[in-house]
Ligand binder design. Structure first.
Ligand code: KG4
Length: 340
């Protein structure tokens, strides 16, 4: 089954062609980093406009690079939630038009489910059930992937996402945008014990996460240092921040993997590119006899191939939408709360 898929939920415009879920025939992604770097963060209005300009040429490229014709497309899959609403709407409207013009089914895909599915592309042997740690610019959660379309969110952030914490820290420290990858690079030659940063626990659910205290701690460190005219060691601070985020996420992911007993743990989302968290997860998984699934860096960030992959499994489960499909800014990937 050939699926044409589209993704525009934040600052990447991506169109892909996949076959039977896991085979990627093309995956064309254009980043808006240059546009937003000027402002130190994503400007929603600029993101929407840029998606509108980029999506049709990316679709033509994706079809050409896949070596198929439009007549070969069996279905169109699209991220319909969550994300910046004006941005999500661009791919949703593109997909509705494409599905109508090609007379094929339209498949709505939840963005986080797509991130989880990136692991199926990277690992042909991976199939549910498994536990997935998801960390991106907008989400941080531990998901019980009971089936391809049957998911339970065990815990999630009550405030900021891990990526948001990295990006905000990078901004106040003047490291640039987007900050996560640069903090990761700085951390490689830093001392993770130099700055004492908080590891929050949340009452009520051991799997819930909070990063707002950590984010504020870094902002306060930066402001205090500026007031006193002191210089922070950016390598040490980046390493200390990565260690704090890693401790918070890895302990919860391990506890969940051990409690559910599937023996399999995957890591998904833009923050899954982080080298400190990846190596801590490898270490802990090894100690606990859990098989760990990490994706190559190009599949960690937003891309349409992961949407096509998850779209295939949603389609097999009977999930399709008509032209009334709407976009949603917020929605849980949990099967109990997901709606179209
Ligand atoms: O999944 P993604 O591309 O977009 C969302 O769906 O949110 O994630 C983007 C986030 C940004 O916050 C970015 O700073 C972060 O992923 N990120 C990283 C790294 N690479 C990207 N964070 C930590 N370490 C990295 N190497």
């Amino acid at each position: 089954m050939i699926i044409l898929s589209a993704e525009s939920s934040c600052d990447d415009t991506s169109v892909a062609v996949t076959e039977d879920g896991r085979t990627v025939l093309s995956n064309i992604t254009s980043s808006q980093t240059d546009i937003h770097a000027l402002y130190g963060g994503v400007v929603p209005e600029l993101a929407s406009r840029s998606h509108i300009q980029a999506i049709m040429p990316r679709a033509d490229l994706a079809v050409a690079e896949a070596g198929v014709t439009k007549a070969d497309v069996d279905a169109v899959a699209v991220t319909f939630a969550p994300g910046l609403i004006g941005a999500v709407l661009v791919a949703v409207n593109f997909a509705k038009a494409a599905a109508a013009a090609l007379k094929v089914p339209l498949i709505p895909v939840h963005h986080i489910r797509g991130h989880i599915a990136a692991n199926y592309i990277a690992h042909p042997s991976l199939c549910p059930p498994f536990v997935c740690l998801v960390a991106s610019g907008g989400s941080s959660m531990i998901v019980d992937v009971r089936g391809y379309t049957d998911m339970r969110v065990l815990g999630s952030t009550r405030d900021d996402a891990a990526g948001e914490c990295f990006d905000k820290a990078a901004r106040v420290l003047g490291i640039g945008y987007p900050g996560g990858a640069q903090i990761d690079a700085l951390a490689r030659s830093g001392d993770p014990t130099r700055y004492k940063l908080p590891r929050s626990k949340v009452a009520g659910n051991p799997y819930d996460i909070s990063f707002s205290g950590l984010k504020t701690a870094v902002v306060n460190l930066a402001h205090n240092a500026a007031q006193k005219g002191e210089q922070l060691d950016l390598n040490d601070l980046a390493a200390s921040l990565c260690a704090a985020v890693s401790d918070t996420l890895v302990s919860r992911a391990m506890d969940a993997a051990l409690e559910l007993g599937y023996g399999k743990l995957a890591f998904a989302g833009g923050v899954a590119a982080n080298s400190v968290i990846r190596s801590r997860l490898s270490e802990e998984s090894g100690k606990n006899g859990i098989e760990l699934f990490l994706s190559p860096l190009e599949l960690c960030g937003d891309n349409a191939a992961m949407i096509g992959c998850q779209g295939y499994y949603e389609y097999l489960a009977g999930v399709t939408a008509d032209s009334s499909l709407n976009a949603y800014a917020t929605m849980s990937p949990d099967s109990r709360y997901l709606h179209y």
